[in-house]
Design a protein around this ligand. Sequence first.
Ligand code: OGA
Ligand code: MN
Length: 376
Amino acid sequence: MAASLAESGEDAFRKIFKFYKRRNPPPDFSNVLDFSNGLPSGKMVPMKLDFAAVNDAQAATVGLQPVRDWRAFGLQGYPGFIFISNPFVLGSQAFWVRQCLKTYPQKPNVCNLDMHMSPYDTQDIWGKSAHDLRLPSSGKRRPSTLLERLRWVTLGYHYNWDTKTYSADHHTPFPADLHQLSLHVTAACGFRGFSAEAGILNYYRPDSSLGIHVDKSELDHSRPLLSFSFGQSAIFLLGGICRQDPPTAMYMHSGDMMVMSGQSRLLYHAVPRILPAPQGHTSSDMDSCSLALSRRDSSVVEPVSQDDWEVCFRYIQSSRVNVTVRQVLGPGQTFPPSSHQRTGADRSGGYRDEAEDGEIGKRKRSGSDPDSVETQ
Ligand code: OGA
Ligand code: MN
């Protein structure tokens, strides 16, 4: 079905995007690749990683299994694309979810709520939301908490959504823990000396989507782009270098990682749909008790308190968080003198949370439209 739609030319990606976004009737998901079920099929090719680049103790500090146990795949026709099916140790995802919900939204990091609220009001998003999120659902609708209104957070070089650039003047320290995780994952994939310089966190509700785009605002495209997903599942579409190229659909579940490198670094991609996580995925996988037992002093990951986990668990029962980590500058590279020039992320206007008719670019995101959450 998806394949026959693709043949009609004009913008095959857009047609497939709309196909998977459709609610009524729901689409046929049988062509969606699923890296989580055992044996590879179709275009999936098992991939050998660099086991020696990261030792087991290093992997454990960031909550990862030994690299030799990771299930990594390439995709035929997409050189440089690597999919790693949940390489986290049981229990360690809880830490990363807690960082995404409690720590990374804190100042000096930037989020969509800053665009229309005072720094005082956005200073403790977690603290202002935790109580209400813990309340048992009474059936009555309560006002959304700030955490539920969070759509994006930027880290490191803060992406400017209006100019579609990063600049030297808008930078805060990149979180050391997320840098370590990124360093080990990229090293295992054969990339030495990755420097995590910018991060974009996307927070998805069940009806959110992420429009068709290419990430090309970073100045060095020879460095890989990393993506980590937590919570509810998603359909990810990976296309070609032209929008006419029909994309491949795959599931991203909690804990899954993607590396877009080489020829796949600049491919069109999108997230047309959020889907419920397979049964048990967000609970047993994240039981943070097991982490407390296996943790060592040098660990980056730390146990999540029962109180914090209650809030995180509630949140990810209906939401998805995606973290992309980018190296912006090549070794020794600096920003060009005029930081206002457009390096041109080709996003064809706004592409996040598209209008109901699915038209890409209908809502152009700007500083004054903080709730339409697109990435660059
Ligand atoms: C992005 C992106 C994909 C995802 O933030 O640029 O492509 O899975 N995210 O959310
Ligand atoms: Mn992207």
